[in-house]
Write a protein that binds this ligand. Structure first.
Ligand code: ZN
Length: 352
């Protein structure tokens, strides 16, 4: 009901707008409506009518964001009440593993774990089911592993490419595990431990993420050659373009200087963004494209160099990955450290 008035064609005569007009009048009219408190909720604050947001209308605004670690622990405690957990299951450990999860994700996580437990004919949920449920909530259903073949080797090199670039770049989040067990759309997956601090991300971190995301394609190309690269990197490349573009147009992290060239992208809302218009000339558009290209090419070179310089350990890791299907982060780092120094990553560990 609180949507921006005058949106679309047809003017301000529809019933919804009349109701909103009336509500606004009641909310700060001359008559005191003592004892009446108005509470409202929305998941589209971007389309609210600006009159609703003026001082004196809604005095308190509470933003409900994804919970922090304390919040997650408390949400988990609520949803764990009616489930049987093995004594070694620590809700605190689950809260630590799940930055970015919403309340609904956490509820879903415990439900999935309970279903897995029943299917495995166990009496109580153990950490094993929790771990599997986290993977499932994040990446989808587990598929059947491929048989050893050329394409399995290629996928292994692709994933190890992500993992090795992520491990050797200091600013990248550490590898949590690499796996060849397919999940959802992905044939293999490299998991990184996300950092709890979600506020500010530095230029070095974004560059490292771009290089890491290009690590898969870089490995395919360096090892199998131009003709053998696959469509497997499609998703990676999309992420890469997004990150690089945002560096240039939103965060002022390129040679174009500290300019914000694009407003925060949201869905086009009829009435407010009636026509999509860009805030810059065609000349600037061409320069943006050139900058995006420069960033991506630079990061791709970084990734290719890391792959070429570490070919020996990559071959060993690929053999191990094909044999074991999953390598966890600790083991991965130990093996890499036998060949080349692995930079220490400082990760912020929140206190509970
Ligand atoms: Zn990939």
């Amino acid at each position: 009901m609180g949507r921006q008035r005058g949106a679309g064609i047809g003017g301000g005569n529809d019933e919804r707008e009349q109701t909103l007009n009336q509500l606004l009048t009641e909310m700060d009219g001359f008559e005191g409506n003592t004892g009446i408190i108005i509470i409202a909720a929305t998941n589209r604050p971007d389309v609210l009518d600006s009159a609703l947001l003026r001082p004196g209308r809604f005095d308190r605004q509470v933003t409900v964001d994804a919970p922090d670690i304390k919040g997650r622990l408390e949400v988990l405690q609520v949803h764990a009440r009616n489930k049987k957990l093995a004594p070694e299951v620590s809700l605190e450990a689950i809260a630590r593993r799940t930055p970015g999860f919403t309340g609904a994700d956490l509820a879903n996580l415990l439900n999935e774990a309970a279903i897995l437990t029943a299917r495995r004919r166990k009496d109580a949920i153990t950490m094993l089911e929790i771990d599997d449920a986290v993977d499932r909530v994040v990446a989808g259903m587990e598929g059947t592993p491929l048989v050893d073949s050329k394409s399995k080797r290629l996928i292994a090199y692709h994933e190890i490419g992500h993992a090795i670039v992520g491990t050797l770049l200091q600013a990248h989040d550490p590898v949590q595990k690499v796996t060849l067990i397919p999940r959802g759309q992905a044939q293999g997956l490299t998991w990184f431990t996300p950092s709890e601090e979600q506020g500010l991300i530095s230029r070095a971190q974004i560059m490292a993420r771009i290089s890491g995301a290009l690590g898969g394609r870089a490995a395919e190309q360096v090892i199998f050659g131009d003709a053998e690269v696959t469509t497997g990197a499609g998703g990676d490349l999309q992420q890469v373009s997004n990150m690089a573009r945002q560096m240039v147009t939103r965060f002022g992290m390129s040679d174009l200087g500290p300019l914000s060239l694009e407003s925060q992208q949201g869905e086009v809302f009829l009435g407010r963004d009636w026509m999509t218009r860009s805030d810059y000339s065609e000349e600037i558009a061409a320069r943006i494209d050139a900058q995006v290209r420069t960033i991506v090419e630079h990061c791709y070179d970084v990734a290719c160099k890391l792959i070429r310089d570490n070919r020996v350990v990559i071959d060993r890791l690929v053999d191990l990955l094909i044999e074991k299907e999953t390598i966890d982060g600790e083991e991965f780092r130990q093996i890499v450290a036998e060949y080349t120094p692995v930079p220490e990553k400082e990760q912020y560990v929140p206190k509970l």
